[in-house]
Design a protein around this ligand. Structure first.
Ligand code: SF4
Ligand code: SF4
Length: 400
């Protein structure tokens, strides 16, 4: 392939930053042992360094995109663990997202992933949810990692864009909470209102689009972004609250808000506004063992949110045990569907750490991690907001 042409024979239009990012890598290998995929598969092309080298070779034409190379490009959770440990500051996640978009335009996404992405945004998915509820009551629940949903009053909470209005907070709950754990959205709203904030949860919000842009489907992402931005623009609000660090990354990096919108992840928002007010924490249910906090990768490694959840977790005293491993759960959006064997190995490593530190209860603040841990581990898994009694009990919001 001639230099200056992207893999697949497409002319490179204007993406010089991928080369620039890749050039920074000194191939030191510091990132290898922080990478969950490398630790699971133990092969160089599945290490961050291997992938940087692969992208360089594909960009300058020394290698062609073939099935195997494409697999390595997609066999990455975009977790950011490598970026976090890289002494040269290689912006790996951004580079990978840009590269996938450069080579793909939606056409080179692995077929299974593409089918999942199409299904996910179709009306069929909404129709499929009651089927999930039925299947979750059968022995297939464990095999398919299906969530048990509770009936909620979520629909009553949603405000149509045409109503508009001014609020302190616009809550963007994200897909996993909306479709699988809507009761947690109620709890978040309940807590925030109890703290005196006015909150709007707009109706008809779309997926943040990260699953699309991260797989290289720029066009689909742009369509979702346009719809979400239109809905946002119908409301006046001071804070955009996103209880999902991946969604927050999408808004930070790809929505072009600049500094016009003050955006927060859930633990950092509660830390900002509740840290000086006494908050009594409780773990719902019977305490059987130690309680730990699972750091969502995008929180810890890219948004650098670490002290905020610990500020609250430490209030649990000796019941709290800190999981300092920073290990990924293996969810990675649709990564766990595309590479189930690798995802299993990643989760097994996490579970071994939980066993070692004696944590029978795991608290997390990422809906994806919550889904992955709750539906796959035989441990008690809680969403961060459930720690706060104001979001439970006596408020009409049932516990999960
Ligand atoms: S740590 Fe950074 S510089 Fe070193 S090999 Fe990994 S990506 Fe390259
Ligand atoms: S983003 Fe995560 S999975 Fe991908 S190469 Fe880096 S550490 Fe590995």
């Amino acid at each position: 392939m001639a230099p200056g042409r992207a893999a697949g024979g497409k002319k490179i239009k204007k993406m010089p930053d991928i080369n620039e990012i890749a050039k920074v890598c000194s191939t030191c290998g510091n990132c290898l042992y922080s990478c969950p995929v490398y630790n699971a598969e133990l092969e160089e092309p599945n290490s961050p360094r291997g992938k940087v080298n692969l992208i360089k070779s594909l960009m300058d034409g020394r290698l062609e995109t073939n099935r195997l190379n494409k697999k390595f490009i997609y066999q990455c959770l975009l977790c950011g663990s490598c970026t976090d440990t890289c002494p040269k500051g290689v912006e790996f996640v951004d580079m990978m997202v840009k590269y996938r978009n450069l080579i793909s335009s939606g056409k080179k996404i692995p077929l299974l992933k593409k089918l999942i992405l199409i299904f996910y945004q179709s009306f069929l998915f909404r129709k499929f949810i009651p089927v999930v509820d039925l299947l979750a009551k059968t022995p297939l629940r464990k095999k398919l990692s299906l969530p048990i949903r509770r009936k909620t009053k979520l629909k009553k909470l949603l405000t149509p864009a045409k109503k508009g209005g001014s609020y302190d907070i616009l809550l963007f709950p994200g897909c996993v909470l909306t479709y699988f754990y809507p009761v947690l959205i109620e709890k978040i709203v309940e807590f925030l209102k109890g703290r005196g904030f006015s909150v709007v949860v707009p109706k008809n919000l779309q997926c943040c689009g990260f699953p699309y842009i991260s797989q290289g489907w720029q066009k689909k992402f742009s369509a979702l972004k346009k719809k979400n931005r239109k809905i946002f623009s119908a409301f006046n609000f001071k804070y955009l609250l996103v209880p999902c660090s991946t969604g927050l990354l999408a808004f930070d990096n790809y929505y072009g808000f600049g500094h016009t919108v003050e955006k927060y992840e859930l633990t950092e928002f509660i830390y900002k506004f509740a840290k000086d007010a006494p908050v009594k924490l409780e773990i719902p249910g019977e305490k059987k063992s130690k309680i730990t906090y699972h750091d969502p990768c995008h929180d810890l490694k890219l948004l650098k949110i670490e002290k905020e959840p610990r500020f609250f977790m430490k209030q649990l005293g000796d019941d709290f045990v800190d999981d300092k491993s920073a290990l990924c759960c293996g969810f990675g959006g649709i990564f766990s569907a595309g590479f189930p064997a690798t995802a299993e190995k990643i989760l097994a490593r996490k579970e071994a750490v939980l066993e070692e530190i004696g944590a029978g209860t795991v608290v997390t603040s990422c809906p994806g991690c919550y889904f992955r841990l709750r539906e796959n581990l035989s441990r008690d898994v809680k969403f961060f907001i459930e720690l706060f009694p104001a979001a439970r009990g006596g408020d009409g919001v049932p516990s999960l």
